[in-house]
Ligand binder design. Structure first.
Ligand code: ADP
Ligand code: MG
Length: 459
């Protein structure tokens, strides 16, 4: 019998559209079928709720039209299906009582709220360029901003520095303030949250602190949450703030440099709550996105830069958007100082130094010999010596191969450093190791591990 679940989904996919389908239906799996009861499994509580309220009926209708039977469904949450899912209960750690969010989000207030403090005017959705690296984060942020408290709550964005997390957090604040001016939006960094909390406790101001975050707040935007990991009392307080807001159906959005589970010292119960909603990452932008970002910034700052020069700049600076902005400003400043147009060569001249410093640090032949010797438990002197035993000659060839790949030494130079061997020996070694990697998995792993180790240690 074809699976009724899969048949219904295949029929629905074209109707719902790829994006909706992948986001909301594809993650739901069918477990058992008991008579006319379907047991479904959602990867997290957020998807479970969203699916139940928005798509379950549609799917049941479709199944009914295909099978002529009306099924009912039980949707359960499976923690282990979610890559960022709440960790399952550990022995000895009491599970916190589950909180039921209020279905009707956000109290209706008619009064206009004070404009949110601390938001940079520039950080808006309109000025945020999206691409593959940040698409999910940006769309989730837009959805949360459109319907605060009901979709993507909490919303947790994470990624490396300078990739636009704060930008999106502010954009959400601006958007909500413009579309729902009655909502009280509180934006702050987790560091500031901690400082305010400590001051409040010290100076008997806890009631005001409590009111500010638990009661007089409809939207909490908390930046750089990793800061409070390991600070027990602050985490405890944030836990209570989180519960109060979440129970009242208020929007919570946080950013951090990593997922909660990877934060040393982060409380289990907070980790689990931060995973209740949507966890989305932001990666370093790809070339296309970098070019679009540069063009936008150049236009905003009235910097005259041709498209092919944007491309050169985007190729030279890959790490993050903040660096990219810095590089553009540096180039523009130099150009105006020297009265020169911004050409590709000019960009290379100005950024040459920076680009070189961004390249991996050089590796020496000695460092390679040492690393290879340690890896294979042989002596460096053996690598340089004449012994042809396989236990020695293999590591020696690998060391030669890596020397050629990771240093700028020529074949004769490498030969010299391996006890005065002929350059043809080195060439043969490089060829052999290159070829052997095709089908010798162990060798391939060894070369990869050594390469990674050498490049990251900057030996
Ligand atoms: P993070 O908080 O992740 O460290 P920020 O939000 O502070 O990074 O971003 C650093 C700078 O890069 C800001 O000036 C921001 O406006 C800009 N930026 C980052 N991503 C984008 C993007 N996708 N489009 C436009 N500007 C961006
Ligand atoms: Mg930031």
């Amino acid at each position: 019998m074809p699976d009724i679940w899969s048949s219904a989904l295949s029929a629905l996919q074209p109707r719902l559209g790829k994006h909706t389908f992948e986001m909301w239906l594809a993650p739901i799996r069918m477990g058992r079928v008991d008579g006319t009861t379907l047991h479904l499994v959602a990867p997290n509580r957020f998807l479970q709720e969203w699916f139940e309220t928005h798509y379950l009926d549609t799917v049941l209708d479709e199944i009914e039209s295909q099978t002529k039977t009306r099924y009912v469904a039980l949707v359960e949450v499976s923690a282990d299906e979610d890559p960022h899912g709440a960790p399952s209960a550990q022995p000895g750690v009491p599970e916190p009582a589950p909180i039921e969010p209020t279905p009707v989000p956000i109290v209706k207030r008619l009064k206009r709220a004070e404009p949110p403090k601390g938001l940079a005017p520039r950080y808006r959705f309109e000025s945020f360029i999206t691409g593959g690296s940040n698409e999910l984060a940006a769309s989730a942020a837009m959805a949360a901003a459109d319907e605060p408290g009901s979709r993507f709550n909490p919303l947790f964005l994470y990624g490396g520095v300078g990739l636009g997390k704060t930008h999106l957090l502010h954009a959400v604040g601006h958007h909500i303030h413009e579309t729902r001016p009655e909502l009280r939006i509180v934006y702050l960094s987790a560091e500031r949250f901690m400082n305010e909390f400590v001051t409040a406790v010290r100076h008997n101001g806890f009631d005001a602190f409590r009111a500010k975050y638990r009661e007089d707040c409809d939207v909490l935007l908390l930046d750089d949450v990793q800061f409070i990991a390991g600070r027990d009392r602050t985490m405890d307080e944030f836990f209570h703030v989180f519960n109060a807001l979440y129970e009242a159906g208020k929007q919570i959005m946080c950013t951090a440099d990593r997922v909660p589970a990877d934060m040393p010292g982060m409380e289990e119960r907070l980790t689990s709550r931060l995973n209740w909603g949507l966890v989305a990452d932001i990666k370093a932008p790809d070339l296309e996105t970098r070019i679009a970002i540069i063009s936008q910034k150049a236009e905003r700052d009235r910097i005259d830069i041709a498209p092919d020069v944007c491309m050169t700049l985007a190729t030279l600076v890959r790490s993050n958007v903040r660096e990219l902005e810095g590089a553009l400003l540096r180039v523009a400043a130099f150009a105006s100082l020297k009265g020169r147009p911004i050409t590709a060569d000019f960009v290379r001249d100005v950024l040459g130094e920076a680009a070189a410093s961004a390249a991996p640090p050089p590796v020496s032949v000695e460092a390679i010999q040492k690393a290879v010797a340690t890896y294979f438990s042989v002596r460096v002197s053996d690598l340089k010596g004449p012994r042809r035993h396989r236990g020695i000659s293999r590591p020696r060839m690998i060391a030669m191969y890596l020397s050629r790949e990771l240093t700028s030494s020529s074949f004769p130079e490498i030969g010299l450093r391996f006890g005065g061997k002929d350059h043809s020996t080195v060439i043969n070694a490089c060829k052999r190791i290159g070829a052997l990697q095709q089908d010798d998995q162990d060798l391939c792993n060894a070369v990869t591990a050594l390469r990674t180790q050498l490049l990251s240690s900057g030996a």
